[in-house]
Design a protein around this ligand. Structure first.
Ligand SMILES: NC(=O)c1ccc[n+]([C@@H]2O[C@H](COP(=O)([O-])OP(=O)(O)OC[C@H]3O[C@@H](n4cnc5c(N)ncnc54)[C@H](OP(=O)(O)O)[C@@H]3O)[C@@H](O)[C@H]2O)c1
Length: 273
C-alpha cells in the first residue's frame, strides 16, 4: 500500500490526552473523512468534523474503525449508544483495564444481536510526536483486514507490538502505557539533584531533560542491548560507576522498578474486574 494512501476513516470517541495525541499524528498523515466525538469543542481541518453526540453524526457516515479513548469508567453509556448506531462495528479500544468481554457485554446488553469486533490497544502519549509505542491484541474473530487497518492507523504514530493473549495488555500498560511518566520522573529527579549540586535551575533542567532525550534516541538507533550501552559508558572506578553502585544496589532500582511495574499491572487488572 502506498505511503500516500489515506489512513482508514475513524470515529474517535474521546479527544483528551490520549485521543488528542493520536489524532495529531493521524491528521498529519492524512485520514479518510473522519469524526471526532468529544464533549469539548475541537476545530478540525475539513473534511473532518467534530460532534458532541452520536446523534449529531450524519446517518451515512460509516467509519472503518471506531476508537474508544474515554476514561474506562465513563465508557458504558457511550457503548450502549454505539451499539444502536453501529452494531457490527470494528472497535479499537485504548482504554486501560477494560476487557473485550466487558465491552462486548455492554454492547449486547443494549442490542442483543450486536456483534462488534473489538481489538485492544495500549498506546502512550509520545504518539503525539510520532514516537509512540503501542501494544495490541486482536481476538481470533478479527479478520486480517481489520488487524491491518488498526496496525496502519497506530503505526502512523509510532511502533506497534502485537501480543498473543489479552491479559498481556496489562503488562504493556505497565511497561510502556504508563512508561513515559517513569522517564519524566527520572528527568525531574535529575534536575532537582543537579540544583542540589549547585547548578542553576535552568541549566539543571536543560541538562537533565536533554540527557533523557539523548539516551532514548541512542537506544532507538542502536542494535545493542541497553545493558551493553550502559556498560560502554561506565569506566571501572569512574563517576558513572559510583552512581550506578547506588542505583543498582539490590534494594534500589532492581527492586523498585519491577515493583512499580507490577503495581501498574495490578491496577490495570483491578480496573478490568
Ligand atoms: N493518558 C495516557 O497516557 C494514556 C495512555 C494509554 C491509554 N490511555 C487510555 O486512554 C483513555 C483516555 O485517557 P485520557 O487520559 O486521554 O482521558 P481524558 O484526557 O479525560 O480524555 C477523554 C475525553 O473524552 C471525553 N468524553 C468522555 N466521555 C464522553 C462522552 N460520552 N461523549 C463525549 N466525550 C466524552 C472527555 O470529556 P470530559 O473531560 O468532559 O469527561 C475527555 O475530553 C483511557 O481509557 C486511558 O486508559 C491513556
Amino acid at each position: 500500500m502506498s505511503q500516500n494512501t489515506p489512513l482508514p476513516s475513524v470515529l474517535l470517541i474521546g479527544c483528551g490526552k490520549m485521543g488528542g495525541a493520536m489524532l495529531e499524528g493521524w491528521l498529519e498523515h492524512g485520514l479518510k473523512p473522519s469524526v471526532v466525538l468529544d464533549r469539548h469543542e475541537h476545530t478540525l481541518p475539513a473534511p473532518h468534523v467534530h460532534a458532541r453526540s452520536l446523534t449529531d453524526i450524519a446517518a451515512d457516515f460509516t467509519p472503518d474503525i471506531i476508537i474508544l479513548a474515554v476514561k474506562p469508567q465513563k465508557a458504558n453509556d457511550i457503548l450502549a449508544e454505539l451499539a444502536q448506531h453501529y452494531p457490527q462495528a470494528t472497535l479499537l479500544s485504548v482504554m486501560a483495564g477494560r476487557t473485550i468481554e466487558s465491552l462486548k457485554a455492554q454492547f449486547t446488553a443494549a442490542i442483543p444481536g450486536a456483534n462488534p469486533t473489538i481489538i485492544r490497544a495500549m498506546p502512550n502519549t509520545p504518539c503525539a510526536i510520532g514516537a509512540g509505542i503501542t501494544g495490541l491484541y486482536a481476538p481470533p474473530q478479527a479478520t486480517e483486514q481489520q488487524k491491518q487497518n488498526c496496525d496502519r492507523l497506530i503505526r502512523s504514530v509510532g511502533e506497534t507490538v502485537w501480543v498473543e493473549t489479552e491479559h498481556l495488555i496489562d503488562a504493556v500498560t505497565a511497561v510502556s502505557g504508563s512508561g513515559p511518566a517513569y522517564a519524566f520522573l527520572l528527568a525531574e529527579l535529575m534536575e532537582k539533584a543537579g540544583v542540589e549540586q549547585g547548578l542553576p535551575q535552568e541549566q539543571a533542567r536543560k541538562l537533565a531533560r536533554h540527557t533523557v532525550y539523548g539516551a532514548g534516541a541512542l537506544l532507538e538507533q542502536s542494535d545493542l542491548d541497553s545493558a551493553e550501552l550502559r556498560t560502554r559508558v561506565t569506566s571501572p572506578g569512574g563517576t558513572t560507576a559510583a552512581a550506578l553502585a547506588v542505583l543498582m544496589a539490590p534494594e534500589a532500582w532492581p527492586t523498585t522498578v519491577p515493583k512499580a511495574i507490577a503495581a501498574a499491572a495490578q491496577r490495570a487488572q483491578e480496573l478490568s474486574s
